[in-house]
Design a protein around this ligand. Structure first.
Ligand SMILES: [Fe+2]
Length: 402
């Protein structure tokens, strides 16, 4: 620890301010140079800014499996099943699993209990109610619903929904607001918790002809069913600090500086062991002359980075649409597309209208075969400066998401 602190306290400067390095990161980058933030531990650890003569994303081609990827999960389509059975696992590791679910059956005919993981639902589309042990939580498009491991629940939707579902194999919690104060990011008062209300679910006819209620319990990835002769969501009161709760992405107050582009970690919404979730919501762009308005180049060496596109103007960009997922693995650069970078300097646009959810994981993620069926094969070539696709229309709106 002593050596680490000593190392962190050191800082070297190798270059000339204004010519080969910037005095303030992400502001007044010398003409003709590309600034890369090369850091450890996401955006928390030791870091250097490297000033390059070429964009590090301007590769000719990539051989091998390590490359940026994009999945059009809309192509998975609407399932005939309920919200649980409809889950398609997209990316996963030992800490977290990322699913999408587009159920056509809007009312689950059973209760579900995940004994493996806390769950985070993000309602990309649809509205309805999640009945839980603690009472019902109404949800609508743009809501996060956090369901602690072991909670019994059932989803009833009013319209065909599209959920992004995160399984966290550790406890999900809110981020430490630190210097920002407890009401930053989102006010705890903006969150919602359920009032106790027993479920009105009528159950189903069992093999002996009597009415029964099924609780499907997932443990170690396998489901078993427990059947009751009464509705098991029968809680009439509860107290404590463990419950299902919800938060609208529209209640998030983004942290910004008008003077310099901040790291995406300032947009952290939820976290668990080995991962963080961030929300990117509409916000003003940096207004200081010379301040970078687009994401800086980096190779996120300690985190895999997953972005789910929910809503916003940047969908005018070729190939990216709402409901898609991009995946940037550790070790491969990403940053603004070349036309986006050029256009950001002469744009009068002062606002970004993106809404997106990011999941960053410490351990490398694995892709599921189903996800790979929806892959946009040439996504990794979309940074080439000779790329024939034309993202010019979105350049001023190019999001600060990654
Ligand atoms: Fe990133």
């Amino acid at each position: 620890m002593g050596n680490e602190n000593h190392a962190n306290s050191m800082h070297w400067v190798k270059g000339t301010v204004g010519k080969t390095i910037a005095r303030q990161g992400h502001v007044n980058i010398p003409d003709g140079l590309y600034e890369e933030e090369h850091g450890r531990d996401g955006f928390y650890g030791p870091v250097s800014h490297l000033y390059r003569t070429h964009a590090p994303t301007n590769w000719k081609r990539i051989e091998g499996t390590l490359k940026p990827r994009a999945f059009d999960c809309n192509r998975l389509g609407v399932s005939d099943h309920d919200a649980i059975t409809s889950r398609t696992r997209v990316l996963f590791n030992e800490d977290v699993a990322i699913h999408v679910s587009q159920p056509n059956l809007t009312e689950m005919p059973f209760f579900f209990r995940n004994a493996d993981a806390d769950e985070i639902y993000f309602a990309h589309r649809g509205e309805g109610t999640i009945e839980t042990d603690f009472g019902p939580l109404a949800f609508k498009q743009g809501d996060y619903v956090v369901i602690p491991r072991g909670t019994t629940y059932r989803i009833v939707c009013e319209h065909t929904p599209y959920f992004l579902v995160i399984e966290s194999f550790s406890r999900v919690h809110q981020p430490d607001r630190g210097l920002l104060g407890m009401h930053a990011l989102y006010d705890p008062a903006a969150t919602g918790v359920p009032d106790p209300q027993p479920s009105a679910f009528k159950g189903a006819q069992g093999p002996d002809g009597s009415t029964e209620w099924e609780v499907r319990v997932q443990r170690q990835g396998q489901c078993s069913s427990i059947f009751y002769g009464f509705n098991p969501l029968d809680v009439v009161g509860w107290k404590g600090n463990l419950t299902a709760w919800k938060l609208s992405i529209h209640d998030i107050c983004p942290v910004i500086s008008h003077r310099a582009h901040l790291a995406p970690s300032v947009h952290t919404t939820l976290q668990g062991s080995g991962f963080v979730m961030c929300s990117f919501v509409p916000r003003p762009l940096e207004s200081e002359p010379g301040a970078l308005k687009v994401p800086f180049f980096h190779r996120n060496i300690d985190y895999d980075e997953v972005l789910f596109y929910h809503d916003g103007d940047f969908f005018s960009r070729d190939g990216i649409d709402a409901g898609m997922i991009t995946f940037h693995p550790q070790g491969v650069h990403h940053g603004p597309h070349p036309k986006a970078l050029k256009k950001s300097w002469d744009s009068n646009n002062t606002w970004t209208d993106e809404i997106a959810v990011m999941v960053d994981t410490e351990k490398p993620l694995h892709m599921s075969p189903r996800a790979q069926e929806t892959e946009w094969a040439d996504y990794h070539l979309s940074w080439r400066e000779d790329d024939s696709s034309d993202p010019a229309e979105d350049t001023a709106k190019t999001p600060a998401t990654v």
